[in-house]
Ligand binder design. Structure first.
Ligand SMILES: C[C@@](CO)(OP(=O)(O)O)[C@H](O)COP(=O)(O)OP(=O)(O)OC[C@H]1O[C@@H](n2ccc(N)nc2=O)[C@H](O)[C@@H]1O
Ligand SMILES: Nc1ncnc2c1ncn2[C@@H]1O[C@H](COP(=O)(O)OP(=O)(O)O)[C@@H](O)[C@H]1O
Length: 267
């Protein structure tokens, strides 16, 4: 069985407070985008994992698909499987690629081995693997709060616009992003701001990571500024970076940016 885990962007990201468990309470909007990995699972004699495409840093046993397998195996009688992941979603990009793989792995295993798990149950499994994994079970636009794993569906349809994503040759780890941030309560909730017209988002819907990440990685700040120069109605770093998206009325020609960045059009 083959599935195609998709990436996400964060539209707005307010880091509100540090929690006693070391995590942070936040609010964000997750919006699915069309950049996909390819994940295949077949029954086999022993558990194995291999990947192609982009190199995935870290140990094999820490891959979120393998972690997902062990998590499900605790509660279900699963045979060994061979997992192949073709990695296409940029890594350390704030696009949630690893989390998407984890969630799509759970869904795939549920379908393939008829585990009978409800969406809510799969979201519970996903939460164990990472704060933003639960979103990818349904991959529909949501307002996310608490650790980013409490989800409320929202009506947000950007299909009339062109979303372009730029990935500079920089990587920011999620841990680095959280280490540098100063949590603060919000004056205007993203839950309300996201309902305002897109043309009013600039300057109001913010990503709290941008402050210190832009200071430490000026290249990323430059990408955002350039997207506005090309006419973006709204532009922001996604999540913990380093990718930056722009929302345009019409597809821009970013050929000049392609020399030093990876550009994904109409995601
Ligand atoms: C920042 C965000 C924004 O959507 O995504 P990315 O930009 O990395 O994709 C998420 O909060 C990332 O979620 P995820 O990548 O699933 O995080 P986890 O694996 O659970 O945690 C990695 C580390 O991030 C920090 N962390 C994560 C979530 C949260 N609400 N508070 C935190 O402080 C913790 O230090 C944790 O050890
Ligand atoms: N299937 C996976 N794909 C990508 N990264 C993974 C995967 N499983 C575990 N990881 C680990 O998660 C880290 C960050 O992953 P990723 O989700 O791509 O970035 P981000 O948190 O910026 O969205 C990687 O550096 C890697 O060590």
């Amino acid at each position: 069985m083959i599935v195609f885990p998709n990436a996400k962007i964060n539209i707005g990201l307010n880091i509100i407070a540090r929690r006693p468990d070391g995590y942070h309470d936040l609010e964000t909007v997750f919006y699915p985008v069309k950049i996909n990995d390819v994940l295949e699972v077949i029954e086999a004699d022993k558990l194995s994992f291999e990947s192609s495409g982009l190199d995935i840093p870290g140990r094999l046993e820490d891959n979120l698909c393998i972690k997902g397998y062990h998590l499900l195996k605790k509660d279900h009688d699963l045979p060994p499987v061979k997992i192949h992941l073709h990695k296409n979603i940029p890594i350390g990009a704030g696009l949630g690629g690893g989390s998407a793989d984890a969630a799509f792995f759970i869904k795939l295993m549920n379908d393939k081995f008829e585990l009978g798990l409800s969406l809510e149950r799969m979201e519970d499994y996903a939460r164990v693997l990472g704060a933003d994994c639960a979103f990818f079970i349904q991959s529909k636009p949501v307002f996310a709060f608490e650790k980013g794993d409490e989800l409320e569906p929202i009506n947000l349809d950007l299909s009339a616009y062109k979303i372009v994503l730029v990935m500079p040759d920089e990587h920011v780890s999620t841990a680095e992003a959280y280490r540098g941030v100063k949590p603060a309560p919000v004056s205007e909730s993203l839950y309300d701001l996201i309902k305002t017209p897109l043309t009013a988002w600039r300057g109001h819907i913010k990503n709290d990571f941008e402050g210190h990440i832009f200071r430490d990685h000026p290249v990323i700040r430059g990408v955002k500024a350039e997207l506005y120069e090309y006419g973006a109605l709204y532009a922001s770093m996604s999540g913990s970076g380093a990718s930056v998206f722009g929302i345009f009325e019409n597809t821009p020609n970013l050929q000049a940016m392609e020399e030093s960045n990876q550009v994904f059009y109409n995601v």
